[in-house]
Ligand binder design. Structure first.
Ligand code: FEO
Length: 400
């Protein structure tokens, strides 16, 4: 049975949610599911904005047929060629052979890589600022390279003042009935998963996101229709503010994230005592993650959020304990910047993970190591409490 939602006079949501997927992109846990959003504009001409993941193929085509309600499909606008949105392009062409594919030149290249149909016969290649008139609706194409792939564009509908934003302003999480952000608590119900989505999927490309924000600032936007998550109406300003912060690698929270691993509890004991010392110095909102237990996408997300990070880990195979090493390479790969950092190393006979952690962080901009003096030899000793107190003092002073 079709499952479509009218979102304005001429626009219908025809996407779907997947709650069976364990790992989005085979990488990111989605305990609350994921939505693949697709939109149909019905005007003098009809335009479909992106398709969905092939996991939702049957639902999508029922939705498209119902939403078209006997009309023919004139255009398929491809904002993003990643298969969670483009998987069904060839099936759309088979079912609606008159359709024209509206996309960037880079998308044409990718379409040829993913599919075998003759895209050159079907495509209308657009560039920055090109306009497509559907009748009442005037669509302008705005290039957004590397948000999140090089071919990405976003589509602005001047008539509805709607930005079809591709991956930008998306979130993990299925659609649970309510399709817009109206009436939700953006901060307590939506922001964390939107941040985890942004930081993990687009976080590396801050300068490119800044370019898109500058372009978007020239548009009068009343609705954002992303390819994942809720349609944003009420929280556009707040969301744009967060995107601006995240893409400039500015912390949201002046507090401490402690990321640790501990094989037998020695390191864990030390960071728990440190966290108590920080709390005694008035620091609120301290977050502690055992990176062996928590998926690194969550820790990365909070690494963007917090101003200060304590990395505490064990020497293992003459290097960094493997889950911490993975996490640190992950933050380096995502271009994390502008953090005040403390390194705590443990090594029962030959501690080397401190210098190895430093080597990873040295490649990142704006990382200031404010202390690296604590070296545990298996467990924290009484005579090291002073070192830990000094670390707490330095962090507290830096946070003030
Ligand atoms: Fe949702 Fe970059 O694809």
């Amino acid at each position: 049975m079709y499952d479509i939602r009218k979102i304005s006079d001429d626009v219908t949501y025809i996407g779907c949610s997947d709650r069976r997927l364990a790992l989005f992109e085979s990488a990111y846990p989605v305990p609350n599911g994921i939505s693949y959003n697709s939109y149909l504009i019905k005007d003098d001409k009809t335009a479909l904005l992106d398709t969905v993941d092939k996991a939702c193929s049957a639902q999508f085509f029922e939705n498209l047929e119902a939403a078209l309600d006997g009309r023919k499909l004139d255009y398929l606008i491809v904002n993003h060629m990643e298969p969670d949105h483009c998987a069904l392009i060839e099936n759309v062409i088979t079912l609606y052979p008159e359709v024209k594919i509206v996309c960037t030149a880079k998308s044409v290249t990718l379409i040829k890589q993913f599919f075998d149909f003759n895209i050159d016969e079907k495509s209308i290649v657009v560039k920055e600022g090109d306009i497509l008139n559907l009748g009442k609706h005037e669509l302008t194409f705005v290039l957004a390279p590397m948000v999140h792939w090089p071919e990405v564009m976003v589509t602005y509908d001047k008539t509805d003042k709607t930005l079809y934003s591709a991956d930008a302003f998306g979130s993990f999480g299925a659609i649970n009935g309510n399709i817009t952000d109206e009436g939700i608590c953006f901060k307590c119900q939506y922001l964390d998963e939107a941040r985890r989505y942004y930081t993990n999927i687009v976080g590396k490309y801050g300068p490119q996101v800044q370019m898109l924000l500058k372009k978007a600032a020239t548009l009068d936007i009343k609705t954002i229709c992303p390819l994942h998550g809720l349609i944003i109406k009420e929280n556009i300003e707040k969301f744009v503010e967060k995107y601006d912060k995240w893409s400039r690698y500015e912390a949201e929270e002046n507090s401490v994230l402690i990321a640790y691993t501990s094989v037998y509890g020695g390191t864990e004991n030390a960071i728990n005592i440190l966290a108590g010392m920080l709390a005694d110095r008035g620091i609120k909102g301290i977050k502690i993650y055992n990176v062996s237990q928590v998926h690194s996408s969550y820790v990365l997300s909070d690494a963007f959020k917090y101003s200060h990070i304590v990395f505490a880990t064990t020497t293992y195979n003459n290097g960094i304990f493997e889950t911490m090493e993975h996490f640190m390479h992950n933050i380096a790969a995502h271009n994390l910047q502008n953090k005040k950092v403390v390194l705590i190393q443990n090594g029962s006979w030959a501690p080397t993970c401190g210098s190895a952690m430093k080597t990873i962080l040295e490649g990142l901009k704006g990382i200031e190591i404010i202390d690296e003096s604590l070296c545990l030899k298996s467990t924290l000793k009484n005579d090291q409490l002073e070192i830990l107190n000094n670390i707490a003092d330095k962090i507290a002073e830096s946070i003030k």
